[in-house]
Ligand binder design. Sequence first.
Ligand code: SF4
Length: 437
Amino acid sequence: MSSVNTAIQLITREQAASSTAKGRATASTCSPALARGPWDYDLAEALAGVPAYGPGASVADLAPASTPRQGQLPEEYKLAGDAELDARIRAAKATLGDRAVILGHFYQRDEVVAYADFVGDSFQLANAALTRPDAEAIIFCGVHFMAETADILSRPDQAVILPNLAAGCSMADMADIDSVTECWEQLEELFGTEPDADGRVPVIPVTYMNSSAALKGFCGENGGIVCTSSNAATVLEWAFERGQRVLFFPDQHLGRNTAKAMGVPLEQMPMWNPRKDLGGNDQQTLQDSRVILWHGFCSVHKRFNVGQIEKARAEFPGAQVIVHPECPMEVVDAADSAGSTDFIRKAIAAATEPATFAVGTEINLVNRLAAENPQHTIFCLDPVICPCSTMYRIHPGYLAWVLESLVRGEVVNRITVEDAVAAPAKVALERMLAARP
Ligand code: SF4
């Protein structure tokens, strides 16, 4: 199976050769602009003066003004072909040896994952880096919040590097510290801060791992906790033991799907719209709530719908439909099972007989699972090739640049979380590690 990038290049070439389809997206890829180098978007943003997520799943989402931007990549890396970049990356990696560790997220393109020392989800990777104490540099081929988490957990003398600073996350950007603080103040005014007769405080803040370090720090400071998609139910139980209700951000879908599976009625899960007073709710609704859901979502996982599941079942009777809990509730309800990337991987690994899996998660991961498990038929529920826009901003050219800079003794694109944020963020992460089912 060819990589997502190779498939996009082929589709776009065929498209360019066809005068009828020229210039517009086909049903096979969400944007023909994906075939271009990410540096084109770095430059376009610099010229326009506003950040954007670039082509891919988040293209229609608005990037906040505070989104980091990438300066121009030196010309030699833009002009280098695949073979030259491959040789340069391998040579720089060999020269650096144990001084550098490369982390590749599951959703990262194959052309970058090929050089990773570890491949995993964001928290697995941050922990994997801890097993390389000799590494002076941790090169995180993922997105911004992941690099921040790695910086929080690593030693101060280790530099965490994000090869393209424009690799943010549209979901993480949907909850910023100012909006969450404003929400918190309104909730404190409404509920007060006194615990009830059982010692439970009015609200516990819970942030998904896919959030800025500032929000993790906010949770650490306010009796809250971090969760991943693997442990969200355990974390919510932890929070319900300590609080009458939960403020869950930024992903409404993970919060809703997890709480619903735990028996929380939908009417006790109001949504908080940060642009409206009381999040767009009346006081009684908030008083009666168990989980207040932030108005955020993953641009990749919101693409999945029930129609895709129905089509997959019609075309492949007996197919097992597995989706990520960042998908909308209707999709999770219609699937056979839902769970984190780790859950999906284990479910496929557990199948002893050849089987068909229709998977609702990011396309790079699904294609990799298909290649690793040729005995099974594995395909993405979304028939359109549409990778995570921000993850896709990392290209081998950027990896070659950061590695060769390190060889010259220069650290570029370092991600640093200031101590005042890192310390409480670590508290929230440690609470998560200590929470047990
Ligand atoms: S897949 Fe979704 S949550 Fe993950 S980095 Fe991309 S936009 Fe963010």
